[in-house]
Design a protein around this ligand. Structure first.
Ligand code: GTQ
Length: 364
């Protein structure tokens, strides 16, 4: 067999004779099935995503989010969230195959009651200033552009003591937790979990380039649970002085757990990138489907035949292994998250820049 014949044999299922069909039918009753009928859909040559690229314009989404505030209280809803559903995964509460995203609204004076769950959550603040998230007894006030973590199995509640509505994007690894059938959740006996540490304690202890002597992180998650935007933005602004732009990503940083150097969360990688005005990126693709939230600026991401024209507060998603490139019409800042830590821990993550060879195969 030539290489080409072997290749085409890989792509088409064997012929279905009446004899074979009858045989398949008979085994079905015994909960059996022939692999060769499904092999090519099962073991694909490249990632095949059911997820689709999509853009949620904040101007279109915001009225629905605000309407939720009239339909139901945060207390009744427990979490008053509008799910960002991938159009290729309708009804599955997923933005990518492995991640969930939604927009949560807390109005002035409201509380989203304390609970905990196996799923890890991130909050990325889209609109408002002054609502809080409390995690295991420490409160953090949230501002636009902040990245806040509620680690797996930590008690958390949210509230809004300010005088304006607060909207943030929730990103959770619920589809991973449910794939593995490892979900646990419980409500706290009171609405609010008692506070026993001063505001800002975790950032001071772990986010100042030092850790307390003898510190050992007992969790898989970063001990910092609010990464304020002004620090991340300040880092990017300083870094740009050297003009070391990546042709695909502009200037891109990843959030880290300062105690381990790993991503801030065990299942979700988070990033912030700066694309300078006039940036015309080169094509890129990776196996981790990625959710983007636009913090500043205006531009587009071209994926296949689609051009996602984004502006401030818009959210968009690029599925696994979808070649795309970014362009910025003005200085733009994009927050993003994906399941990269999981893929890397399993040795599955791959990336490709332009037409370069794929990077990430073992031994390469
Ligand atoms: O804030 O705990 O969007 O448990 C979905 C599930 C938010 C939360 C969501 C959740 C939460």
């Amino acid at each position: 067999m030539t290489k080409q014949e072997a290749g085409s044999a890989l792509e088409s299922a064997p012929e279905r004779t009446p004899e074979r069909t009858a045989y398949y039918k008979r085994m079905e009753g015994s909960n059996l099935a022939p692999l060769w009928e499904v092999l090519h859909g099962l073991v694909t040559k490249e990632p095949v995503s059911r997820a689709q690229p999509n853009l949620w314009k904040y101007d279109e989404v915001r009225p629905f989010v605000m309407e939720a505030g009239e339909m139901i209280t945060a207390a009744e809803a427990e979490r008053r969230v509008i799910i960002l559903e991938n159009p290729g995964l309708k009804g599955e509460s997923k933005i990518t195959q492995s991640l969930y995203a939604g927009l949560q609204l807390i109005l002035p004076g409201e509380v989203a009651p304390a609970h905990r769950h196996a799923a890890s959550a991130l909050r990325f603040i889209i609109e408002g200033d002054g609502a809080f998230t409390a995690v295991d007894g420490e409160k953090t006030i949230m501002k636009e552009g902040d990245f806040v973590i509620t680690p797996s199995w930590t008690w958390h509640d949210h509230g809004n003591d300010s005088n304006q509505p607060m909207v943030w994007m929730d990103g959770l690894d619920v589809p991973i937790v449910n794939l593995l059938e490892t979900s646990f959740a419980e409500n706290y006996e009171d609405e609010i979990f008692p506070l026993d540490r001063p505001d800002g304690d975790s950032l001071a202890r772990y986010g100042a380039g030092v850790v307390p002597l003898g510190y050992v992180n007992k969790s898989e998650t970063s001990p910092i649970f609010n990464y304020p935007y002004e620090r991340t933005r300040g880092a990017l602004e300083k870094m740009r002085e050297l003009e070391e732009w990546d042709t695909c990503h502009g200037l891109k940083v990843q959030y880290v757990n300062p105690a381990s150097g790993d991503f801030a969360m065990p299942t979700i990688a988070t990033f912030m990138q700066l694309l300078p005005k006039g940036f015309r990126g080169t094509p890129y693709c990776s196996t981790d489907g990625t959710v983007y939230s636009v913090v500043e600026g205006r531009g587009r991401t071209v994926v296949g035949v689609q051009s996602l024209e984004w502006g401030k507060r818009d959210i968009f998603v690029i599925p696994s292994w979808s070649h795309h490139y970014h362009e910025a019409d003005e200085d733009a800042v994009l927050f993003s998250f994906s399941d990269r830590p999981v893929q890397q821990k399993l040795g599955l993550w791959r990336e490709q820049r332009g037409n370069d060879p794929i990077v990430g195969f073992p031994g390469a």
